[in-house]
Design a protein around this ligand. Structure first.
Ligand code: KG4
Ligand code: ZN
Length: 338
């Protein structure tokens, strides 16, 4: 089986995966959300320190399987370099100690493979990747070649939820908190934030202007009433979430007309957003397209998707020499194995 390690941001995770049966044997994740919460976002040095504590503890818990492990897979790009380093260092040590090959996995490609944890690979495929660090539309061809169709010029979709949550003191990460507040809104038409790039023909994303509208709205309420009340929070979250999801979907509809995908997947931590899921379900119904969603447990960062992503590389003998495995905070994506 394959041992996979994920530590690109603020989750330490480990998985064991049977590459022949395509079966997840073991998966565990230690999230650092609570530790970063008090700072309102990820503190890189703290993340690095927590990974160096969590990863060896996770490894200890699978020691009984060591003799069955054929390869070790690890995320080396993209991510916070100080977070990637403990995972990559541990993978190199395991590779030497167990004398097994090392497989480098791109974190974004890992998210794409979260679609195939419970279902067969279907290509060609369109993918929307929405996470804390990325917002992308990908077009994956029949042979697995991945093309970037659109990305964000500033904040990512998930990051904009985190920043709005921070402005409203809802804690970190903010996606689920904002979604839950939005569901409680009783005055859905109270705020009408402009949907970004609505009249631009360009297929790209931008969330910083929307974030600024929310900031101005909060300032306005504070100037008038001194405090932001609970109902204000509900209504702001509703209007923000609606505009952010409408922005994703507007551009996506344009791409659908060009690409005419028959399979479409939504991945990444923010793909758990219900408003977004509902809107994309409707597009897929209208376009007669098969919608594949990552299992809810595997939307956010996890080592199971990394293990699944490494299967093709293992079967094709695409290994990386321990002296050549580099950490890349930023990266390009090239392809997936069919
Ligand atoms: O994929 P992920 O775990 O980490 C990255 O690779 O970035 O995604 C985390 C992001 C955070 O920004 C979080 O606020 C967002 O996903 N998120 C959500 C929801 N659940 C998580 N955003 C909107 N709605 C949600 N329900
Ligand atoms: Zn991620």
């Amino acid at each position: 089986m394959i041992l996979a390690i994920e530590s690109s941001c603020d989750d330490s995770s480990l998985a064991l995966y049977d590459e022949n049966k395509l079966e997840l044997i073991y998966h565990k994740k230690i999230s650092q959300e609570l530790e970063h919460n008090k700072y309102g976002g990820v503190v890189p040095e703290l993340a690095a320190r927590l990974h160096t504590q969590a990863l060896p503890a996770l490894l200890e818990s699978v020691s009984e399987y060591f003799f069955k492990i054929n390869a070790v897979a690890v995320v080396n790009e993209p991510g916070l370099s100080v977070s990637l380093l403990p995972g990559v260092s541990m993978a190199k040590s395991i590779s030497i100690a167990l004398n097994i090959p090392l497989i480098a996995v791109n974190h974004l490609i890992g998210h794409v493979y979260s679609l195939f944890l419970n279902s067969k690979i279907k290509l060609p495929l369109g993918v929307l990747l929405v996470s804390g660090g990325h917002t992308m539309i990908l077009d994956i061809e029949n042979d697995g070649k991945v093309n970037l169709v659109a990305s964000t010029g500033d904040d990512s979709f998930g990051e904009s939820f985190d920043k709005v949550a921070k402005m409203l003191s809802l804690g970190y990460p903010g996606g689920l908190a904002v979604q839950n507040m939005a569901l409680k809104s009783k005055k859905k038409d109270r705020f009408d934030f402009t949907v970004p790039l609505m009249h631009s023909p360009r297929i790209e994303y931008s969330f910083s202007g929307l974030k600024n509208q929310v900031r101005l709205c909060i300032e306005d309420i504070k100037n008038k009433n001194q405090v932001v009340k609970q109902d204000d929070i509900y209504d702001i979250c509703y209007a923000f979430e609606n505009a952010a999801c409408a922005h994703i979907v507007n551009k996506l509809e344009k791409v659908f007309l060009l690409k005419k995908w028959k399979n479409f997947g939504v991945v990444g931590g923010a793909s758990a957003n219900l408003n977004l899921r509902n809107r994309i379900e409707k597009i897929c119904q209208n376009m007669n397209c098969n919608l594949i969603l990552a299992p809810l447990d595997f939307c956010s960062d996890n080592a199971a998707m990394i293990a699944r992503a490494s299967v093709g590389k293992l079967l094709n003998g695409e290994f990386t020499d321990i002296n050549e495995l580099e950490i890349r905070p930023k990266s390009i994506i090239d392809g997936i194995y069919v």
